[in-house]
Write a protein that binds this ligand. Sequence first.
Ligand code: NAD
Length: 315
Amino acid sequence: MKVIVSGGAGFIGSHLVDALISKGMEVHILDNLVSGQKEYVNPQAHMYVVDIGSEEARKIIMEVRPDAVFHLAAQADVGKSVLYPRYDADINIIGTINMLEACHKAKVKKFIFASTSAVYGNLNRELLSEDEVTIPASYYGLSKLTAESYIRLFYELYRQPYTILRYANVYGPRQMAKGEGGVVAVFFDRIKKGGSINVHGDGKQTRDFIYVKDIVSANLAALTYGNQETIQISTSQKTSINEILSLISDIHGISVARGFTAAREGDIKHSCLCNKKAQHHLNWKPIYNIEDGLKETYAFNIKAESNVNEAKSND
Ligand code: NAD
């Protein structure tokens, strides 16, 4: 099977590429490396440094004629979208339309899209389901929601098959200490640099944290299942920022110093997504609990680094 992964040099995309290659697939990556890292790109993948909104990206899709396209490339920073709404829309809306047009022409059998819980905005419900009202509170949430609508219309008008996956807050190795849902990466970065951790608000706000490998397995399931569906990929478990900090302290073996600052304007108090539809339509459920996911992320971020430092000081 031949696939294209846009954003395949990024945090989630690079893990997806590794999994697809380990399953024996021919993988092509479209990524302009604006936030992606060359060193995370699997050497067995065909890498094209291109913008998803370009004519060149369309040509590559036409030439490769993949069976499926995973569209993960995006402007994924909520704060940046608020500062630069047009830039955000150019990538997340116009870029997605460019991909869709090329996929339709190349007769791609499945378009799998990385969407987000940000489409719901500040609903503050205990547990959100896919048919909840969507009132985005950022241009990022709005641009992803608009891209979703284009994908649905490309099916209605051109019969371009799709699955839309709305991810909860993803964390794991290779995540940069910024962007959407990057709180775990930010905390590990602070530990690495030896500083105290700054918590916005009282730390009692909760999120649905999902480990990156579970996001990868959901994407793989979408190759076969979930046709023309919009599905939340989540753990359905709430974890507070204070709980994350305690778990990190336990794993690290020493208490992590923390300070509290004023809550950020517009921050959502609680966000948790129901994953029943994913279990039913994708035949998928998450494997990782938060402790195991954090342990693997810690091993990547902190342990690996201190081993390198130890080796250096022994030289
Ligand atoms: P990331 O920034 O690590 O990855 C995005 C990748 O897209 C990067 O490699 C970047 O270089 C590439 N890219 C950006 N603009 C591009 C363009 N115009 N042309 C070509 N390539 C471009 O982000 P991530 O966290 O891995 O997110 C991947 C996807 O998952 C995004 O679509 C994001 O919106 C979605 N998502 C992420 C989370 C999360 O918690 N990380 C949650 C919900 C949804």
